[in-house]
Write a protein that binds this ligand. Structure first.
Ligand code: MG
Length: 274
């Protein structure tokens, strides 16, 4: 039996790790309460840019995990915070939903409005766009893709909230930003320059600023190997993949970048950490 690993803080992914749809995963509420009782700081990180941080905090609180807005990080929040600090004057063309536009504007950034009119070939002047931001957008259409294409071809920066190809939703996965990024990369021969969400180091920076702990004493817990676990490993954190979401035990065992621990549920973390 291994000695429990000393941990000061734990970063949890949300979908597939803490909850699925509107229900907490078995044992999650009790495990997080006990870890907090033992003095662990907790932070919740989602790549979904669809809701403000406060909505996720309220959902966790409703499910029995009392959470403040400051304990939640989304890819939209990370992108807004990063651009506000590094390139606040860029005029942004956003393929994304209203929450992302509001989040970016809330950081003082300039988000261009869509053109009026119905002609799918009408696009705004690409020279008025300094950067294209790609995110999950359930109202994606030809005109948005064409506008982004023309702007990228004219030299605009190419940013995205997150690289996931699908997004878990109640009722099943839906296409996420990764597919739109691939479409535009294919068209332009360019590569996305900046990703904000997991596994980006930008998310790690925001998380560590919030938690104020050494990465080696921080545990990253998530269900997705290529985002959650990869980010934790690259940051020097201890990592745990939980089998309640997208990854099977076989995936976890055969991963190119495996997690330190494979757990069936969050309850197993109680014996692994001290
Ligand atoms: Mg997940």
């Amino acid at each position: 039996m291994h000695q429990p690993t000393p941990i000061d803080a734990i970063i949890f992914d949300l979908d597939g790790t803490v909850y699925l749809g509107d229900a907490a995963l078995p044992g999650a509420v009790e495990a997080i309460a006990e870890l907090r009782r033992r003095g662990k700081r907790t932070l919740f990180v989602s790549n979904k840019p669809l809701e403000p941080r406060g909505v996720y905090a309220a959902k966790l609180t409703r499910l029995g995990i009392p959470t403040r807005e400051e304990e939640v990080i989304t890819s939209a929040y990370v992108l807004g915070r990063h651009l506000a600090g590094s390139a606040p004057h860029l005029r942004l063309y956003v393929i994304g939903e209203e929450n992302l536009r509001a989040e970016l504007r809330g950081h003082g950034l300039t988000v261009l409005d869509e053109l009026d009119g119905q002609n799918p070939q009408d696009v705004m002047d690409p020279t008025g766009i300094d950067a294209v931001v790609v995110a999950l957008d359930r109202t994606l259409d030809y005109r948005k893709l064409n506008t982004a294409y023309q702007a990228l071809r004219a030299g605009a920066h190419f940013f995205a909230t997150n690289p996931d190809s699908t997004c878990p939703m109640p009722g099943g996965d839906i296409p996420d930003a990764g597919a739109t990024i691939a479409y535009l990369e294919h068209l332009t021969g360019r590569e996305v320059e900046l990703l904000a969400g997991k596994p980006s180091p930008l998310t790690v920076q925001v998380a560590m600023a919030e938690l104020q702990v050494e990465p080696s004493r921080c545990l990253m817990v998530g269900d997705r190997l290529e985002t959650d676990i990869r980010m934790g490993r690259e940051a020097g954190m201890v990592t745990a993949v939980v089998l309640t979401g997208v990854s099977s035990r076989k995936d976890a065992l055969h991963a190119a970048q495996p997690a330190d621990w494979i757990v069936e549920g969050l309850g197993e973390l109680l014996a692994l950490t001290q």
